[in-house]
Ligand binder design. Structure first.
Ligand code: X2X
Length: 357
């Protein structure tokens, strides 16, 4: 009897010791993306998943779930689902995580980052600078592992009613925004009627005319063929929406150190590719050159010209017109500077001032 017990005990111990080796890696990791596969955002997630599978010789097999499938459409609950492990990996937007991580409202401050001489250089300087580190610390202290930055892009306004070139033109227009309070404040300050809505329902709402307009970057607007719903675009770059490659921390800890290093390197490469897809035709040509060198140029390489060909009327705002919008949203910046943290906003100002324009 005693011998049998000892054998049993030994067997249990062997099983316990051996368990992590079996249980450590899942056969599939779920990666979440809010919009569809063909957006700049979706392409960046696929690129990352493919690279990780290849570089880890299939040990880390990531499947990407597009169109907010892993959160039943509710994009502002994504952070909680990554934190609690329902989602293993994500390529996520700062807007969608800002309800849980208040620091991520920084790029949503209206006419803040975009008001710099080169808005892309300014964004990179914030991400690589002190402010970027503060945002990363905030994400990690709330329980999610940050891997690297990506970019949804600077968000442009479209609508079906009239040209918008001054704040008054927005009067009473129903504008769809994400369920993030800073956006409600901004559009109210501009005299519009903002309406919260998940992206999963937005295109149907555009089609049915439930809303008059919306705001999103080129990497989303072109794949959804926004010209089918809206004829007017205001080129105001009022906020930017960075993306973040991220992981659940327990999943991250379950990887060997070697695999962690490989995945980090894949995230860095994917960032470079994904940002180039989001910026093509909008920067000084750097993104075009990079994608061409990879042999991965997208179909549309000049988003504004392409939209005009589809019949959209584009309002390019001059400095005075932009100043009117900036002035109309001054109170929003003041209110949200306090909520985001004055030290973080000031760190971003410093990072941008020190950038190499
Ligand atoms: O919902 C949006 O507007 C989108 C797709 O850009 C985000 O998820 C922030």
């Amino acid at each position: 009897m005693r011998k049998a017990l000892l054998i049993l005990l030994a067997a249990v111990m062997v099983a316990v010791v051996a368990l992590p080796a079996f249980a450590a890696y899942k056969s599939e990791y779920k990666m979440s993306v809010v919009p569809g596969a063909v957006t700049a955002w979706g392409k960046g997630a696929t690129y990352f998943a493919d690279l990780v599978r290849e570089e880890t010789d299939g040990r880390v097999n990531i499947k990407v779930y597009f169109s907010s499938q892993l959160m039943a459409g509710k994009q502002t609950s994504e952070f909680l689902l990554v934190r609690n492990g329902v989602i293993d990996f994500a390529l996520s937007s700062t807007i969608n995580w800002s309800p849980q991580v208040k620091e991520l409202n920084l790029p949503g401050l209206p006419f803040f980052i975009a008001s710099n001489p080169d808005r892309f250089v300014a964004m990179d300087a914030v991400e690589q600078g002190k402010a970027g580190q503060m945002m990363i610390d905030a994400i990690e202290s709330k329980g999610v592992k940050f891997l690297s930055w990506g970019e949804n892009g600077f968000r442009e306004l479209t609508n079906s009613v009239r040209e918008v070139a001054a704040p008054e033109d927005l009067d009473d227009l129903k504008i769809r925004v994400v369920g993030s309070p800073i956006y409600i404040d901004t559009f109210k300050a501009l005299g519009a009627d903002p309406i919260n809505m998940n992206w999963s329902e937005a295109t149907t709402a555009f089609q049915q005319g439930v809303v008059d307009g919306q705001e999103n970057p080129m990497g989303i607007l072109i794949p959804v063929k926004i010209w089918n719903y809206h004829s007017y675009l205001t080129d105001w770059h009022y906020v930017i929406d960075p993306l973040m490659y991220a992981a659940n921390p327990r999943v991250w800890q379950s990887f060997t150190e070697e695999d962690q290093e490989i995945i980090m390197e894949c995230a860095r490469k994917a960032s470079r590719y994904q940002k180039a897809v989001a910026r093509i035709g909008l920067d000084d040509g750097e993104s075009y050159e990079y994608l061409e060198s990879l042999g991965m140029l997208p179909e549309v390489t000049d988003p504004y010209a392409y939209m005009e060909e589809q019949g959209m009327q584009i309002s390019r705002l001059d400095a005075d017109q932009l100043a009117a919008f900036e002035e109309a949203t001054a109170d929003v910046r003041a209110k949200w500077k306090k909520k985001i943290g004055e030290d973080l906003v000031e760190a971003a100002e410093e990072d941008m001032a020190n950038a190499d324009y």
